[in-house]
Unconditional design. Structure first.
Ligand SMILES: Cc1cc2nc3c(=O)[nH]c(=O)nc-3n(C[C@H](O)[C@H](O)[C@H](O)COP(=O)(O)OP(=O)(O)OC[C@H]3O[C@@H](n4cnc5c(N)ncnc54)[C@H](O)[C@@H]3O)c2cc1C
Ligand SMILES: Cc1cc2nc3c(=O)[nH]c(=O)nc-3n(C[C@H](O)[C@H](O)[C@H](O)COP(=O)(O)O)c2cc1C
Ligand code: FES
Lengths: 307, 292
């Protein structure tokens, strides 16, 4: 019986990164290290992805930056972050004592921005991998590298040439064929595909005849988007042979298992952290039993096993 | 970024509703059993609350602490939108998810005369504040000995509402020996006018050069007027009345991880930056806030 054995929760990304377990937390939904360390033992997570950093400090969008919608929320934070310098001096030191892998999410306005940031981050100790945010919908005037296979793959290629670190490409669902983009990223040297970022969306106050967000448009996240995210994981997992990291609406162990059997090797929990800061670790505690239910001795055994 | 305090004692709980009573029109006091937070929370801090098990509404909402005892904490809420309509349906035994204590709280510096200014549901943090200042209750574990001196000799609440029906908890404030200055938009109770008119009168009546402190909570427009009033009063009279303001910026997480709750806060070099009100606030020094 599988239940009598230790369950192997490890997840391999590329040749050099082994995540201790498949429960990660999504960029922009877990703060940096300090905020969440008050609530949970962050070090037990399979990996942590801090809020996307950019070449320079960005104040972010004017409020309102979020609005709740049915079983979800819209956000237009606008990549509010302290910039790479701020990250390295103020935030990185707090990650170093944590046991979990640190995956740094980066975004820029040009391929050169990504390459420069990658070079600098590759010199820093304590960083396990990079996640290329090819998909932030909330930055006015920003180039979206994730909507067209060629632009995306050229970017991944250039970053690939600049670092030994494992690379994950985070894709937007706001495209007509996400599998093509994932395949292009794989061909360009990505070690994993993170899907999905938020869905471009809008909310309106008809009485005031005004959009609810200061930025007008925002990204939809939370339980409402889980079916879309599952669909994307399904399509991407069929198209590539590198690990897929499933993101979108995950709020329970059942959700996690749905993503794993659909083809995700690991998952990231996002919006659900906002309503329960302890959720990611409670899900991690429930994982071995859920795997036992399927008679599995490892996470890898259940990945992509839809029948 | 400001250093975050690394105090232990943050709690996330599914907790039971003990009681729900009406405080005024569309306003209720909800008593929740949560000893860990009830004993630790300080005046001006808040909790996030949501209905257990619901996905719509999804996110928690921020609530000030109206009062506490050993085991329970009370929030007072105005029925307004999605979550508070759900709250109205709660009965003893139902469960809510609650997390806290959150935010910085008021500084609670001693003064001769404390003036609290509230608009609408903004009165909620002030019952605890008044009881604490007048030496009737202590909030926040081990913060002060039980037999401590009062922190103020007088406490006044300037409280504005749409009309008489919307005042909530006036008896609680009277019992706590708070001097009330009420205003309504329609004159149905107290003075007809704005709560800032009441504040202006209190400031004009008390001509002592020092010993006044003002704290305010309510809608943004009201808070901006309070800041302007105190600023110009200080300028014209050469006083230095300290002002603390508790912002009601919309929040999604309450714990500093989503970056939705930002307000423009003046930095040391005079420029402003967006700061998260859930962890660097909700209470700010009046002069620090940049109003649009
Ligand atoms: C620190 C703090 C303390 C608070 N204390 C209290 C308290 O003690 N008592 C109390 O009753 N409330 C308090 N609040 C407010 C409370 O958190 C809720 O906002 C309030 O109860 C309304 O929640 P709701 O779900 O009922 O309304 P919601 O359904 O959330 O709607 C709230 C209103 O905001 C509007 N709105 C929502 N999102 C947007 C947007 N993006 N742009 C424009 N408009 C928008 C809606 O149209 C609606 O009019 C406090 C808030 C803070 C930040
Ligand atoms: C408030 C907020 C901020 C976010 N910021 C980022 C970000 O900076 N970089 C990024 O790659 N994704 C960001 N995301 C997207 C999430 O990482 C995730 O891909 C998305 O929310 C879907 O997952 P969920 O439904 O579990 O939240 C953000 C999401 C939210 C709700
Ligand atoms: S409410 Fe999420 S950061 Fe303040």
């Amino acid at each position: 019986m599988a239940g009598d054995h230790e369950i192997d929760l490890r997840v391999q990304i590329g040749s050099s990164l082994t995540l201790p377990n498949p429960i990660l937390v999504a960029s922009g939904t877990f703060g940096y290290a300090q905020e969440m360390s008050r609530w949970v033992d962050v070090g037990r997570l399979g990996g942590m992805i801090p809020k996307t950093i950019t070449p320079f400090h960005r104040p972010g969008n004017s409020p309102w930056r979020t609005v709740e919608t049915a079983a979800g929320m819209l956000n237009a934070i606008g990549l509010d972050n302290d910039g790479i310098d701020g990250f390295l001096t103020q935030h990185l030191p707090h990650f170093l004592p944590l046991a979990c892998p640190l995956i740094v999410s980066i975004a820029g306005a040009s391929p050169d921005d990504y390459v420069q940031m990658t070079r600098r981050l590759s010199c820093e100790p304590g960083i396990s991998a990079l996640e290329l945010n090819l998909s932030c919908p909330n930055v006015a005037g920003g180039v979206d590298f994730g909507i067209e296979p060629n632009t995306g793959s050229r970017l991944v290629e250039q970053v690939r040439a600049a670092t030994q670190l494992p690379l994950m490409a985070k894709l937007t669902p706001n495209v007509s064929n996400i599998a093509d983009i994932a395949r292009a990223a794989e061909d360009a040297g990505a070690d994993g595909i993170s899907v999905i970022n938020t869905l471009l969306a809008m909310a309106v106050d008809w009485r005031k005849r005004k959009p609810m967000l200061g930025n007008v448009l925002g990204g939809l996240s939370g339980p409402a988007i889980k079916p879309v995210a599952l669909r994307c994981v399904y399509q991407v997992a069929k198209a590539v042979s590198i690990p897929v990291i499933g993101i979108g609406g995950i709020a329970s162990i059942d959700d996690v298992m749905e993503f794993l059997v659909t083809g995700a090797s690991a998952v990231q929990i996002g919006t659900a952290n906002f309503l329960d800061p302890t959720l990611s670790l409670r899900i991690l505690d429930d994982l071995p039993n859920a795997l036992r239910y399927l008679g599995a001795r490892s996470v890898a055994e259940v990945v992509g096993t839809l029948q | 970024m400001a250093e975050l305090s690394s105090c232990p004692g943050y709690h996330y709980r599914a907790a039971q509703v003990v009681q729900q009573v009406s405080l005024g029109k569309d306003t209720y006091r909800l008593r929740i059993q949560c000893p860990q937070i009830a004993r630790a929370i300080r005046v001006g801090q808040f909790v996030m609350v949501r209905v257990h098990g619901l996905q719509d509404p999804l996110l928690g909402r921020a609530f000030a602490i109206y009062d506490t005892d050993e085991d329970c904490l009370d929030i007072a809420y105005l029925v307004h939108g999605k979550m508070t309509h759900q709250f109205e349906l709660l009965r003893p035994g139902d469960q809510v998810d609650i997390w806290g204590p959150l935010g910085n709280g008021f500084s609670m510096a001693p003064t001769d005369h404390l003036v609290m200014v509230a608009g609408g549901i903004g009165q909620t943090p002030f019952l605890a504040m008044a009881q604490h200042y007048l030496g009737r209750r202590r909030y926040g574990a081990a913060e002060m000995p039980a037999d401590a001196e009062p922190l103020a000799n007088r406490v006044t609440l300037c409280y504005g509402a749409r009309n008489a029906e919307y005042f909530a908890g006036l008896d609680d404030f009277r019992t706590a020996a708070v001097e009330l200055r009420l205003t309504t938009d329609d004159g149905s109770l107290g003075e007809k006018g704005l709560v800032t008119d009441a504040l202006q009168r209190v400031l004009d009546e008390n001509t002592r050069a020092d010993g006044l402190r003002v704290c305010a909570c309510g809608p943004e427009r009201m808070l901006a007027s309070v800041c302007e009033l105190v600023r110009s009063h200080n300028l014209n009279t050469d006083r230095r009345i300290p002002l603390e303001v508790s912002l009601e910026t919309p929040m999604a997480c309450g714990i500093g991880i989503c970056f939705s709750c930002v307000a423009k806060i003046r930095q040391l070099d005079g420029s402003w930056d967006y700061r998260r009100t859930c962890i660097e606030g909700p209470v700010f020094c009046g002069e620090a806030i940049v109003w649009d």
